[in-house]
Design a protein around this ligand. Sequence first.
Ligand SMILES: [Zn+2]
Length: 429
Amino acid sequence: MAQKTLLKGRVLSFDGSPFEGEPTDAARLDEAVLIQDGRVSALGTADDLTRAHPDADVRNYGARLIMAGFIDPHVHYPQTAMIASWGKRLIDWLNTYTFPEEMKFGDIDYATEIANRYLDLTTAHGTTTMCSFCTIHPESVDAFFTAAQNRGQRVVAGKTCMDRNAPDGLRDTAQTAYDQSEALLEKWHGVDRLSYAITPRFSPTSTPEQLEAMGALWAEHPHCLMQTHLSEQTDEIEWVRSLFPDARDYLDTYEKFGLLGTNGLYGHVIHLEDRERDRLREVDAALVHCPTSNTFIGSGLFDMNGLIHDGHRVGLATDTGGGSSFSMLRTMAAAYEIGQLRGRPLHPAQLLWLGTVGSARTLRMDDRIGNIAPGMEADLIVLDLASTPAIAQREAHADDIWEAVFPTIMMGDDRAISEVWIGGRPAGF
Ligand SMILES: [Zn+2]
């Protein structure tokens, strides 16, 4: 007989978007969730589910909040060891901190060590799926997928392609980028819970020939995601303009080479021109907001309200290690702060939705992960809403679930994560 597990607590799920109508109307609260064969099989009252499934193994989490695991659709796992490096803006930051570290990932042992360290840290922070840039080395992709496969995790990753404006040892060519990406795609895409993403780092580090090769590869594998960076800093945009004098704008440097599409993920997207916004929406591309990175590297304030209002698909990500935290809670707090600076505070329901359903939508995986509903994969977390004395004293006199969870969003970290379930099994951390 199939193993059944009944989790009791306060179960939060979404049956609509909290950006349409009253934010709280999109959320539902149940008392229990039943897991069977790695999937959610039912939601309901504790009494009903206990009666219907007397053979289930029961875990009672009391007042704790059970919700979908966090989904982080823009990270660089190879930057784990250099997170929180001081004092640079984007281009100097890449040259000073990022590229020397990424150089090490041709060594499969080092790549494996960091992949496992990264997945240990992110599991402890309640993140169950991420979409990662690797390095130019195929070993860095093999290491990450192998580590995730061993844990039964759903992840997306790709070889980061660069053939200019990067140091010796961190450049491929248009041809090797194509060949190695294709070989990795065929090796890993669709194996277990793993998906490949075609990954040009960003326009400044790829020649037109390499962008064209990436576009050709995507055209041959349009079901794959394609991830890159777009319009992060103003001096980066000026650099792109000088490298691609014929392009209409930054987005055009992707668009003209076949790298604009419905399965594209564009990280940062802060300083967009009107044409770029319109084209991204027309093709229904995914935009990924990385708020701790944007404040840490001093990039600017993402227009969450305007972009969502215009109908863009938006997710929330850490951008480890340009972002300053592995925590999606801290990331939600930063998104809230950026919203305040733009005059539009986000409701806790909107923040939690962005870090789960919203991010799953950017990965085109919202039918499988990012929410709790029958048939979905059982990647769940249990949040302690009183994980520190400071949070507990505020939560103690909350009037409703949203006032109870908001102190954890603003002040919480890995101490708030009581338990993580990946594919219906507890993930030890
Ligand atoms: Zn990034």
